[in-house]
Design a protein around this ligand. Structure first.
Ligand SMILES: *Cc1c(COP(=O)(O)O)cnc(C)c1O
Length: 418
């Protein structure tokens, strides 16, 4: 098993999983993909605990890698929270929000943090992770890297432009995590990170981007797990509907299907950012600026992981045969959240509501799993007015938002970070 860049079709440069994880982005600007998608082994069994299930699923992807002997430890450290397939009346919901920051990004961020820690301790090296965030990603990364050896994190967020509950999740850390409130916009924060990366006097910097292979691989595991569990319960292979933005989560689903997970079909639910459904309709791929929506973690007009799907499905015909996508408007998101609560008593976050809308409009009579990417309490300002009551926070989230805030306010000069 080796990894190569999506922009190196001849596969001239071959990396191990560990090298790809430490590198993040390939030198040619492409994204790392596995040299093969090996068939699921019979040792992947629902009798295993989730961490061991993950270990068995991921083992072939670390064949010959220096992390292979640590992989079990990494899975046990990273996946220390439940993965729930909740059966509602008409569909099952794969709840990926039971981790420390109540969103699916905990899976990828934690696997990446535990993998990097093992690699750095072995090499006796240190890395500092820089993250610019407008909300969710920074919290998941800070939480995942908190107290991991040989690693530190600097989180940058724009002053006055993140929701109060989100700000609290970005500033409740200590030890190896430092938070910076930047007197500027999210774009300024991103620019500061980029300037630091190209400053030759600064070394040992890295990112924890959602395009990192170390975040993608673990996002495959819960699709294998959920589809096997669904089939064991119902005898059927589900259509899986994934709320999508950068398409990292759904790429995990396509890789899971490719290695043999019992999945009938994968459907991408997007918000008003329609780049993918328009491409599937017209054959012309047109990335663009994003538009703001209520499902803001999916506000992406140029989804970076499409490059991995173009690598997996080589022609437009193949893409159309495998990928289906529908767009959901803010009005439909609101209506779906309130209808679902009134009819079923189940509370959806705005992202998950996109998947449920797509199910109701297109897959009502099919065997389905909708993917829930975040707990509704994270988006209380959208959800609470629609359902007319407070959404109780899960204990992990409530612990974070009630801790004292700890951050430095700085200008938009990146030198203030060091
Ligand atoms: C990041 C995120 C998404 C989008 O996931 P992608 O991998 O970017 O497609 C959806 N929902 C929530 C809550 C998120 O945080």
């Amino acid at each position: 098993m080796y990894y190569y860049s999506t922009r190196d079709e001849k596969r001239e440069i071959k990396l191990t999983a560990s090298q790809a994880i430490l590198k993040g982005l390939a030198a040619d600007g492409g994204l790392f993909v596995p040299s093969q998608l090996p068939e699921l082994s019979s040792s992947v069994s629902l009798d295993l605990s989730y961490p061991l299930f993950a270990y068995e699923t991921l083992k072939p992807f670390f064949e010959g890698d220096e992390l292979l002997d640590d992989l079990k430890d990494i899975c046990e450290g990273a996946f220390n929270f439940p993965v729930v397939l909740n059966d509602l009346k008409d569909t099952s919901v794969l709840e990926l929000f039971h981790g420390p920051t109540s969103a699916f990004k905990d899976f990828g961020a934690r696997f990446l943090a535990f993998s990097m820690e093992k690699l750095l301790v072995k090499k006796g090296e240190k890395l500092c992770i820089l993250v610019a965030t407008s909300g969710d990603t920074g919290g998941a990364v800070a939480s995942a890297f908190h107290k991991r050896q040989n690693l530190s994190v600097k989180v940058l967020f724009p002053k006055g432009r993140v929701a109060e509950r989100q700000r609290r999740q970005l500033t409740c850390w200590d030890d190896n995590i430092t938070s910076y409130e930047v007197r500027g916009s999210f774009d300024d924060c991103q620019r500061m990170v980029k300037s630091a990366f190209v400053d030759p006097s600064l070394t040992g910097l890295s990112s924890a981007n959602s395009i990192n292979l170390g975040r993608l691989l673990p996002q495959m595991v819960y699709y294998v797990y959920a589809s096997m569990l669904y089939k064991a319960r119902t005898g059927k292979e589900p259509v899986i509907i994934v709320p999508s933005g950068n398409v990292g989560n759904s790429t995990g689903a396509f890789w899971a299907k490719a290695i043999g997970a019992p999945i009938e079909k994968i459907v991408l639910a997007v918000n008003a950012n329609k780049t993918i459904p328009e491409y599937l309709e017209s054959g012309e791929y047109r990335p663009r600026d994003s538009v703001k929506t209520l499902a803001n973690a999916m506000d992406v007009g140029a989804p970076s992981n499409m490059e991995r799907l173009f690598n997996l499905f080589k022609s437009y015909d193949e893409m159309k045969a495998n990928v289906t996508s529908y767009s959901v408007s803010d009005e439909e998101i609101k209506k779906t959240i309130s209808d679902e609560y009134n009819k079923e008593g189940y509370i959806l976050c705005p992202h998950t509501a996109c998947a449920e809308r797509v199910r109701l409009d297109h897959y009502k009579d099919d065997a389905t799993i909708i993917v829930s990417t975040a707990h509704p309490a994270k988006f209380e300002t959208v959800v609470e007015p629609l359902i007319g009551k407070t959404v109780e926070m899960p204990p992990a989230l409530s612990k974070l938002v009630n801790m004292p805030s700890n951050y430095k306010e700085i200008s938009t000069d990146y030198k203030e970070l060091f």
